[in-house]
Design a protein around this ligand. Structure first.
Ligand code: MG
Length: 203
């Protein structure tokens, strides 16, 4: 399976990192070795001094598709989770300055903690989903799926022009404003529609 992540998909977050609001989706990938499941702890890696959380809605792809028209995109995902796109911001900043790829900053082991998935049938309006992140019991990020610059159907239509989507692939859909650093001892908790979905202790 593969993990596809959208960058800069909430305008307030693009602005907080001094990025232009994009005119087409920006995407990058993480390998399956980035997954961190079942609320396992995350061990702070020694290659960064500025590890940031980015809380995101994650959609699970449920069938194979290429060149998927936007109007059929909704038939290609069946479940939603919340996840964290851990980012070594210092490494990413260096890569951005040199115009180099982001993998070192984004695709490292366990950089994608994720909750269990909830079938989309459990959400009457999944274009209006609230999600949030607490850092040490204080809310630091709040988002709603309606605030995405590119909605999930647009993202699927766009990405599938380049990549075949397969059953079991995950799509991280970008983070709202409020990203920030974590340190050893911190605890992150992610919520979907007010329900705690996952937590992650930084060790
Ligand atoms: Mg992100």
């Amino acid at each position: 399976m593969k993990i596809i992540c959208i960058g800069r998909n909430y305008s307030e977050h693009a602005k907080e990192l001094n990025n232009a609001v994009p005119t087409e989706p920006v995407f990058f990938m993480k390998p399956d070795t980035a997954l961190l499941i079942r609320n396992r702890p995350f061990y702070y890696p020694d290659f960064t001094k500025d590890l940031h959380y980015e809380c995101e809605l994650v959609y699970r792809i449920c069938k194979v598709g290429k060149h998927i028209p936007g109007k059929f995109a909704h038939t290609y995902y069946d479940a939603i989770a919340v996840g964290i796109d851990f980012t070594a911001r210092d490494l990413q900043q260096k890569a951005k300055e040199k115009g180099l790829p982001w993998e070192k900053a984004k695709a490292f082991d366990f950089s994608a903690p994720i909750s269990s998935f909830v079938p989309i049938s459990e959400f009457p309006d999944f274009n209006n989903l609230n999600f949030s992140l607490n850092l040490n019991n204080e809310t630091v990020q709040q988002g709603n799926s309606s605030e995405m610059i590119f909605d999930i159907d647009t993202i699927i239509a766009y990405i599938s022009q380049f990549l075949t989507l397969r059953t079991g692939d995950y799509l991280f859909t970008g983070t709202p404003a409020g990203v920030g650093p974590v340190k050893i001892g911190d605890k992150l908790e992610a919520f979907l529609e007010g329900k705690k979905m996952m937590w992650c202790q930084i060790k």
